[in-house]
Ligand binder design. Structure first.
Ligand SMILES: Cc1cc2nc3c(=O)[nH]c(=O)nc-3n(C[C@H](O)[C@H](O)[C@H](O)COP(=O)(O)OP(=O)(O)OC[C@H]3O[C@@H](n4cnc5c(N)ncnc54)[C@H](O)[C@@H]3O)c2cc1C
Length: 455
């Protein structure tokens, strides 16, 4: 977290308590949130809402004030198959929602991994996956309306016709209030064919521009030290394609649960980094080869998102940082990323043990703070199970990303200098700040991490 800590402004309108570490509360009723934020509250600012708390940055933490855990507000309130909407409380896990929707032959638009995350966190923070067809890049773009408690403790609704306000509330990282109800657009389940390819970085770079500009769902795994790229390419299907849930479950289990746990164990028992990384890369290669190339040839957002909300607990503990690069430049960036990984390893001895995961994101201007507001982007998520050396790597990855015009997402991107977002988001950041000041003139939702960018 940056050392740019700011003091929160106090006007005396709200009670202030002696600051002594954060208090954590887990409301079970909406009125509990209202009381916690209201003028007679006994809880101290700053207030920081959390869902599954799988964010990588300091946006969900605070050393003082009140952490509000929304996971107990976990009811699916209404599924309307005719109107193609679902209304949920913020603590509903994405995996549980996907399962429930499938009983109605419905699904979420867009593929979004990590099923244990919450709908509230996915809407207020980033939730991306391979998007294609009429899928938008961020799950938050499917929001029809939301209800929230403002930083002053007042319940309000932002309706679908209040488009400009909705643009600010999507990806608002809990700065504009605490969302307690969300209405999302959903759709009938659609199947898509999936193809898998294995190639070198050079071959990937040669086709990257084409892939970036065609309408396919692209997810990939980069293994720089093996010069290997695994591609998962999804296309719009003209007709029905048979699809099965079990292969996707095995695939998810391999990628999200087995690999992180195995790599953690190997790092404990194999002291020599040369041998350790050889074993780790061999296992990654085998897993990618088997689960992607052999198991899965078709799917839907319903099957591709069908994993248990519990098996992702191992994945939740991973260290990661995601940057977004213009898709038009990616043919060069992906080669430069490989060189960067080699340089980082050479200078510090550190390398990520997990493959770097990437997605193609379509242009999505439904949120002011969307990294793909102006053009399609490619997300690169560096992931490690090992803490030692990670922080320096994340700083270097940040330098690399800024050099190549990378855009951040405030809950997933580490090491973003305080003045950088102004270059990327320009007048959209100014507008968001203005709206934020109107909703929270007392800065009651601001912790030091967010203050460096938004005060
Ligand atoms: C292994 C792993 C895989 C991941 N895969 C993906 C992926 O494929 N795609 C992707 O986009 N992300 C991914 N992530 C990142 C992260 O999971 C997402 O950003 C996720 O949407 C956050 O959801 P959450 O419930 O954990 O939210 P949290 O981390 O708890 O919160 C996210 C933000 O929303 C705010 N917030 C939470 N609830 C509310 C509320 N009710 N009202 C207002 N504000 C609120 C928080 O203050 C915070 O700023 C991954 C993370 C890990 C560890």
């Amino acid at each position: 977290m940056s050392g740019n800590a700011m003091h929160l402004r106090r006007s005396g309108r709200y009670r202030s308590s002696i600051l002594q570490g954060p208090t954590a509360i887990r409301p079970t009723r909406v009125v509990d949130i209202k009381n916690a934020l209201g003028p007679d509250s006994h809880y101290a600012a700053p207030f920081r809402p959390t869902g599954a708390n799988s964010s990588a940055t300091g946006c969900t933490s605070s050393s003082t004030g009140t952490l509000i855990d929304l996971t107990a507000l976990n009811q699916i309130l209404n599924i309307d198959p005719n109107g193609q909407t679902v209304t949920v409380q913020p603590g509903v896990r994405i995996g549980d929602l996907v399962r429930e929707l499938s009983d109605y032959e419905m699904e979420l638009a867009g593929g979004h991994d990590l099923m244990s995350r919450t709908v509230g966190g996915a809407v207020a923070g980033g939730c991306i996956g391979p998007s294609f067809g009429d899928d938008s890049a961020f799950l938050s773009s499917q929001v029809e309306s939301i209800r929230l408690i403002t930083p002053a403790g007042k319940p309000i609704e932002i309706r679908s016709d209040q488009k400009n306000l909705l643009h600010a509330f999507r990806l608002s990282f809990g700065m504009l209030g605490i969302i307690y109800e969300i209405k999302l657009r959903v759709r009938p389940i659609r199947t898509f064919p999936v193809t898998h390819r294995r190639c070198t970085f050079e071959q990937f770079s040669a086709v990257a521009e084409k892939l970036a500009n065609v309408d396919v769902g692209l997810k990939f795994f980069l293994m720089p030290f093996r010069d290997r790229v695994y591609l998962d390419i999804r296309r719009v299907s003209a007709g029905e394609t048979a699809t099965h849930r079990i292969p996707w479950k095995v695939k998810d289990w391999g990628e999200s649960t087995v690999l992180p746990n195995v790599f953690k164990s190997i790092s404990r028992i194999v002291p020599s980094s040369g041998i350790r990384y050889r074993i780790i890369d061999e296992i990654s290669n085998l897993t990618q080869g088997i689960v992607n190339n052999r198991l899965v040839s078709s799917g839907s957002n319903s099957t591709a998102l069908s994993s248990s909300t519990k098996t992702n607990d191992a994945a939740k503990k991973l260290l990661y940082s995601t940057w977004f690069f213009p898709a038009a430049d990616f043919a060069i960036v992906v080669q430069a990323y490989r060189d960067f990984c080699f340089r980082a390893k050479e200078s510090s001895g550190f390398r990520c043990d997990m493959p770097t995961v990437g997605f193609r994101l379509g242009k999505d201007d439904s949120a002011l703070l969307s990294p793909s507001f102006d053009e399609p982007m490619i997300a690169l998520r560096a992931i490690s199970t090992q803490m030692k050396g990670w922080e320096d790597f994340a700083i270097d990855f940040g330098d690399f990303a800024r050099h190549w015009g990378g855009s951040p997402l405030f809950n997933q991107t580490l090491e973003v200098p305080a003045d950088y977002p102004a270059h990327v988001f320009g007048s959209r950041l100014d507008l968001f700040r203005k709206i934020r000041r109107q909703f929270d003139p007392e800065n009651r939702m601001m912790n030091p991490f967010l203050s460096q960018y938004f005060l």
